[in-house]
Design a protein. Structure first.
Length: 95
């Protein structure tokens, strides 16, 4: 059990990065990674030939329906790519 937790934790940051790049939202990316953890926990990692590949596949497949539902029509998809990073306000606006 500890080995499976360690394997997931070693991949968590990469999975979050993949999900964020596919979805453009950190909140949705975190939800996908959490769902991937639940599926990982239910699976038997000892039976998986390539655990890292399995985790990556589950993550990307969980992102695909979300990115399609949340995206504009395919004709305008290339014109509205998600931002590279979410904007962060560093200071309060002055009045």
């Amino acid at each position: 059990m500890r080995d499976s937790i360690a394997a997931f934790e070693a991949s968590r940051r990469r999975l979050l990065s993949i999900a964020y790049r596919m979805l453009g939202s950190m909140a949705e990316a975190e939800d996908v990674v959490q769902d991937t953890w639940l599926r990982w926990h239910a699976a038997d990692p000892r039976e998986l030939a390539a655990p890292v590949a399995w985790l990556t596949t589950v993550t990307t497949r969980r992102c695909a329906p979300i990115s399609v539902e949340g995206s504009p029509s395919t004709s305008t998809m290339s014109a509205s790519l998600p931002p590279a990073v979410e904007p962060v306000r560093l200071s309060a606006p002055t009045a």
